[in-house]
Write a protein that binds this ligand. Structure first.
Ligand code: ADP
Ligand code: MG
Length: 270
């Protein structure tokens, strides 16, 4: 008897940094959009603020069932996924109740593994997806912990500012702890420098410090500060659709190419 070959598993990456406003959501949305030109991508909005949902055009009143329903209520993933206006890019929006999840999760069984379990149970709905991205909230609480337990790797968006190195040591220590306690697969996949300002010496100085310390973990492509990037979410669009020629959009196109190059190198090495 011939058995169906195992479908390839999607790559699962968390966009995490306990600091808010560093470009997690922007990077998750735009890298996902760039990859969606030839991959099928799912973005899970795990931040109660729902910025990834808004930024992809899912209005607040349309978010009745999303990541809260998945994480806390245990609803099946397949019932909750939605297409976006970007072909090949799907989203699990953040429902308003997600704000309470951080506390409600504390009392639930297997509280750190709820997301990992939901993905495993949702295998059939995930068939055909190449990438699953988690847009994490700006904290290292239970929601982010669920993301790190369910992920293969972490992408850390890092704003080049004075306390950048302190901030990153907190997330790398957390990654190490989660690897030891829950998820031996987990690795720091890369650091993306965001909101770079080439006219600002401090920005350049911090960038070279971070590169000196984390070496090739840091993507060569840095994302410049660009007003088009900050305008795009209010139109419910990734900057790649809002203004493709803007320096911000072009940087994300470049980041996606570098990301895929690293993916190929990783697969060859494994
Ligand atoms: P986080 O998800 O880490 O909180 P966001 O991605 O929401 O961070 O970014 C924080 C704010 O900065 C948002 O208003 C966003 O539009 C803006 N922003 C992000 N990246 C850039 C950029 N490259 N240039 C200008 N503004 C940016
Ligand atoms: Mg965010």
């Amino acid at each position: 008897s011939s058995r169906k070959p195992e479908a390839p598993q999607p790559r699962v990456l968390a966009f995490a940094n306990q600091k808010g406003g560093v470009g997690k959501t922007t990077t998750a949305i735009n890298l996902a959009t760039a990859l969606a030109t030839n991959h099928k991508v799912l973005l899970l909005d795990l931040d109660p603020q729902g910025n990834a949902s808004t930024g992809l055009g899912v209005a607040a009143q349309d978010r009745s069932a999303g990541s809260y329903a998945l994480l806390v209520e245990g609803r099946p993933l397949g019932d909750l996924l939605r297409p976006t206006q970007v072909a090949n890019l799907w989203i699990l929006p953040a429902d308003p109740d997600l704000a309470g999840a951080e506390i409600e999760l504390v009392g639930l069984e297997d509280r750190e593994r709820r997301l990992a379990t939901a993905l495993a149970d949702g295998r059939d709905a995930l068939a055909g997806f190449d990438y699953i991205f988690f847009d994490c909230p700006p904290s290292l609480g239970l929601i982010t912990l669920n993301a790190l337990v369910a992920a293969d790797g972490v992408l850390v968006p890092l704003q080049t500012e004075f306390f950048a190195l302190e901030g990153i040591s907190q997330i790398t220590r957390t990654i190490d702890r989660v690897r030891r306690a829950f998820n031996p697969r987990l690795r720091l996949e890369g650091i993306v420098l965001t909101m770079m300002d080439r006219r600002n010496n401090l920005s350049e100085l911090v960038a070279s410090d971070v590169r000196g310390f984390f070496k090739d973990k840091v993507f060569e492509t840095a994302i410049p500060r660009n007003v088009r990037v900050s305008e795009a979410p209010s139109h419910g669009l990734p900057v790649l659709l809002y203004d493709f020629r803007s320096p911000g959009a072009q940087a994300y196109v470049k980041l996606a190419a570098e990301f895929l190059k690293r993916e190929r190198a990783r697969i060859r090495a494994s």
